[in-house]
Design a binder for this molecule. Structure first.
Ligand SMILES: Cc1cc2nc3c(=O)[nH]c(=O)nc-3n(C[C@H](O)[C@H](O)[C@H](O)COP(=O)(O)OP(=O)(O)OC[C@H]3O[C@@H](n4cnc5c(N)ncnc54)[C@H](O)[C@@H]3O)c2cc1C
Length: 498
């Protein structure tokens, strides 16, 4: 399509979920779309690692929450998720391990969940019902009225029903205080606070608005796309390509030429091409500080240094030549104190003294991701951004984690590995140009929500917009998909296409 019969050429920098989504919407509107991705594969943090010995690891995301966001994306192009991949509802959704014999299995059914709560703390089933009702209101309001807004001005939020409902959204109460009002038991509190970790902040610093994540997890279900998140990446790419987007992989963008307040040219490793508009869906800080010259940056290094980043991670991808009976699909090891680890991520950034960690074993649900009789393990330990990582430190933590994992499972695992790879801060920096090696972008604290996030629009370069987990609406795969849509709409409006 064109405006006044003029062909509109657009570029997308970075092919993670945000870039894929932006490309699909720009192409749907009739623009020519070129997507430049520095890595060999698209998907960004959600790439897959396929080994010669038969394992397929999702390198990043493993929790498929908010299925409605994925549905909405595919519906916009005349599809459903099931046209591309099969979803399985996990039951139990996940387990939380507080000790060897102290394990909470979170059932998929609300009725079973209520029973579980009541068995732990009298009266807590009723409290949970009320908690989830409030959380549902926040989720629906958030999804219908908040997350698709560009966050450029407070006026966007001046809708009468939103203002009336502001009190119910609990923007100014902390999630921690909110949870404490409803539940006394330490394990129930940990269960309700754990989604805050997804949002990359301490529950004390996360607005209670985000109990909407409890609703997303506990009521809308924890799903698994068979074949892994890579199937979801492939699906978005397929949709974008069907709309006409073209992909250039192993082709990092290095600079822009800007004239009269507009990007005119984009310089990648192999191309120098002119464009009418650009969506930068690579890490915002990288684009702002490394692809733009100082006069065109939205922010200073000082601004970035003062952001609260979501954590980085130490990850191990392990192939195990036997089955491990005790593990479920998602296993959260909360057998050490959460506060201590959280402090060592956010307040006094350092390698943790007694880390919590998470083990994902997709081969429990999916035969295609490991050879027969084997398990596919993804182990993740949240870690402060910017810490120095080296082989020796990774090995030290591998021992700490494996000692606890083997003790819980009651069997050896280390003697049965036929694949082992670690991934940490320096890999995030090298592979994704990630600021400080962050895994999940910017923490969702109150001061970094909506209009307080790095702006989706470049204020000095009128045809340059940002997408991805460092701008609105925030970290996670569903928000990244939404972000691509919002940025595409902004650029299309600027270009006069919509
Ligand atoms: C370990 C881990 C676990 C996670 N778990 C979950 C989960 O369970 N559920 C969930 O919903 N979310 C999860 N997330 C978060 C989620 O994966 C991210 O929020 C989301 O994928 C971010 O998408 P994005 O498009 O913003 O960024 P990215 O995926 O990082 O995409 C940006 C792309 O830009 C490319 N790029 C960078 N610089 C350039 C350049 N100069 N030129 C061209 N290309 C460039 C990068 O290579 C990358 O492909 C997890 C993340 C990690 C790391």
């Amino acid at each position: 399509m064109s405006v006044s019969n003029r062909i509109i050429d657009t570029a997308v920098v970075g092919a993670g979920f945000a870039g894929l989504s932006a490309a699909a919407y720009l192409a749907r509107a009739g623009c020519n779309v070129d997507v430049f991705e520095k890595n060999a594969d698209v998907g960004g943090r959600a790439r897959q690692l396929v080994t010669k010995c038969g394992y397929t690891f999702d390198m990043g995301p493993s929790w498929y929450w908010m299925p409605d966001v994925f549905e909405k994306f595919f519906n916009d192009f005349g599809y459903k998720p099931s046209d591309f991949y099969e979803l399985k509802l996990l039951d139990p959704e996940y387990v939380i391990i507080f000790g060897k014999d102290d394990v909470l299995e979170i059932p998929a059914s609300t009725r079973e969940l209520l029973k579980l709560f009541e068995s732990i703390e009298k009266g807590s089933a009723e409290a949970l019902t009320l908690f989830l009702k409030e959380a549902e209101y926040k989720y629906r309001t958030g999804m219908n009225s908040l997350v698709y807004k560009p966050g450029l001005s407070l006026r966007e939020f001046a809708d009468a029903s939103l203002i009336k409902g502001l009190f119910r959204l609990q923007v100014f109460t902390s999630l921690s205080a909110h949870v404490r009002k409803f539940f006394k038991d330490r394990r129930l509190r940990a269960l309700m606070e754990f989604p805050a970790l997804f949002l990359g902040a301490m529950p004390q610093d996360t607005p209670a608005l985000y109990s909407l994540m409890n609703y997303a997890g506990l009521e809308l279900g924890t799903w698994y796309p068979v074949g892994g998140f890579g199937k979801v990446v492939d699906a978005l790419k397929q949709v974008a390509e069907q709309q006409g987007a073209k992909f250039y992989t192993e082709e990092a963008v290095n600079a822009f030429r800007i004239k009269d307040g507009k990007v005119r040219n984009l310089y990648s490793e192999y191309h120098s091409k002119s464009f009418d508009g650009v969506i930068a869906a690579a890490d915002y800080h990288h684009v702002d500080q490394h692809l733009l010259t100082p006069e065109y940056r939205n922010y200073s290094e000082r601004y970035w240094a003062r952001r609260v980043m979501a954590p980085s991670a130490l990850i191990f991808y392990l192939g195990v030549t036997k089955k491990i009976q005790k593990l479920k699909h998602h296993n959260l090891f909360f057998d050490e104190e959460l506060q201590q680890h959280a402090r060592e991520i956010y307040k006094v950034p350092q390698w943790p003294s007694k880390p919590l960690f998470y083990v994902c074993c997709t081969s429990k649900t999916d035969d295609s991701v490991a050879p027969p009789g084997h398990e596919n393990l993804f182990i993740l330990m949240p870690l402060a951004v910017g810490v120095h990582d080296d082989e020796e430190t990774r090995e030290r933590y591998f021992k700490v984690i494996m000692d606890r994992l083997e003790d819980y499972c009651g069997e050896t695992i280390r003697d049965h590995l036929d694949y082992e790879k670690s991934y940490c801060v320096s890999d995030f920096k090298n592979d994704y140009n990630s600021f400080g090696g962050n895994a999940y972008g910017l923490a969702n604290t109150l001061r970094q929500t909506a209009i307080f996030k790095p702006s989706i629009a470049n204020r000095k370069v009128k045809n340059l917009f940002y997408a991805g987990h460092l701008t609105v609406p925030g970290p996670g795969v569903p928000p990244a998909i939404i972000s691509g849509r919002v940025a595409a709409d902004q650029l299309l409006q600027h270009l006069g296409v919509i």
